[in-house]
Design a protein around this ligand. Structure first.
Ligand SMILES: NC(=O)c1ccc[n+]([C@@H]2O[C@H](COP(=O)([O-])OP(=O)(O)OC[C@H]3O[C@@H](n4cnc5c(N)ncnc54)[C@H](OP(=O)(O)O)[C@@H]3O)[C@@H](O)[C@H]2O)c1
Length: 366
């Protein structure tokens, strides 16, 4: 698996483009409830030098898309905008100066990349001045075609269906980063994953299991409990019926978990911290229960726990994750697909937490 590179050749941009002049897209022209997403005909992108245009076969959805649509995380986002970080597609047109990527190749755009080659070797990549996320800083995958820098597409060698692949890039890369790098999870560890049935949580469970850890996962209903069990969770805790701290302590011989990966923040974070053993690590990864948290500082520093943030992923994290997928140790978590024209409905269900794993939009499935 290698990231395709631009080389110093002089592939000329085709005199005539074979792309249709317009395409279908779910366009965001104003912030608001799911219905602000409008299915429209807009101009098809043409590849700038060093870029390719892919025909989007499937576009994965993340909670980030919901936050962006409602205007809660980036109220200065320039509109109109096309959401969608996750995609898999087929290369259909090359910009000038590209080798190493072929027309017809199935590729996965990196879920975050640099615009300036001089930044490519920075680690963490996301700290680079030119780092952007497709669907956030540049237009994303809720469209029939998408333009991507050629050096930031990864050949899809998973052997999975497009819909399955589209669930992967964000959650796979960021989970690998949060669980393996930041959480330092290793074989034999006991790991707590909150909101285990979420897109992120369902991947954290699998990454921790792939590393040889035991996993406790929280849910808020029993259907999602069965789901996280099917992903390999060793202990399922329904936080509407049970106390997470009591259950995790009983499971870990009274000590607490070695590591917790917290997807929810808010009022739940204090309990997550409490459920971790002295000297253990808590990775703050998400905030679906709220951005602000209160916890007992005295208890926290007396027990010398470590609270660490984790955001985005380096290319190596995604590549490690894709290796696990190819080896069959991690499976995509596709809940269901929707034709792109029904993007607003999919957003409504996501906002309502009616998703296990990830939803995927199909731009060619009319
Ligand atoms: N750090 C990173 O690099 C990174 C990357 C991707 C996402 N994230 C963040 O991770 C979080 C999850 O994203 P996602 O795409 O996985 O979300 P998602 O699939 O939409 O799932 C969100 C889950 O949050 C849970 N939840 C909502 N309100 C809750 C509450 N009050 N108490 C407990 N659980 C609650 C729900 O769990 P139930 O199943 O119990 O209903 C829901 O399934 C988001 O905040 C997102 O921004 C961070």
């Amino acid at each position: 698996m290698s990231t395709a590179t631009i080389q110093e050749t002089t592939n000329k941009q085709p005199d005539r483009s074979f792309l249709p002049p317009t395409m279908k897209a779910a366009v965001l022209r104003q912030f608001g409830p799911p219905d602000v997403l409008k299915y429209e005909e807009i101009d098809t992108p043409r590849p700038k030098p060093g870029h390719v245009v892919i025909k989007v076969l499937a576009a994965g959805m993340n909670r980030l898309d919901h936050y962006l649509r409602e205007g809660s995380v980036m109220p200065n986002l320039s509109l109109p905008h096309i959401l969608g970080v996750d995609a898999v597609g087929e290369v259909v047109e090359l910009g000038e100066g590209i080798t190493g990527v072929q027309i017809g190749e199935r590729v996965i755009p990196a879920p975050g990349f640099t615009l300036r080659e001089a930044d490519d070797r920075n680690r963490p990549l996301a700290a680079s001045p030119s780092f952007v996320v497709p669907g956030v800083h540049v237009w994303g995958s809720y469209a029939q075609y998408m333009e991507v820098p050629a050096r930031w597409v990864v050949k899809d060698e998973t052997g999975l269906s497009p819909a399955e692949v589209a669930t992967l890039p964000v959650v796979l890369g960021t989970s690998a980063r949060a669980v393996k790098q930041v959480g330092e999870v290793k074989a034999g560890d006991k790991v707590l994953v909150t909101a285990g049935a979420s897109g992120s949580g369902s991947m954290h469970i699998q990454v921790a299991k792939a590393l040889g850890a035991k996993v406790a996962a929280t849910v808020r209903d029993d259907v999602k409990g069965s789901y996280v069990k099917s992903l390999g969770a060793d202990l399922v805790i329904n936080i509407r019926k049970e106390d997470v701290v009591d259950r995790v302590k009983a499971w870990s011989g009274g000590q607490g978990a070695d590591v917790a990966i917290d997807n929810v923040g808010g009022g739940e974070l204090a309990k997550t911290i409490e459920a971790v053993r002295p000297f253990g690590i808590i990775v703050a990864y998400g905030f679906s229960a709220g951005e602000e948290a209160t916890f007992n500082v005295r208890e926290f520093f007396f027990t010398q726990k470590q609270l660490r943030g984790s955001i985005f992923a380096d290319p190596e994290d995604l590549h490690w994750g894709l290796d696990q997928v190819r080896a069959g140790r991690i499976k995509p978590t596709l809940d269901r697909t929707f034709p792109l024209r029904r993007a607003a409905e999919a957003h409504r269900l996501l906002a309502d937490n009616q998703v296990k794993g990830n939803f995927v939009l199909l731009p060619w499935d009319d």
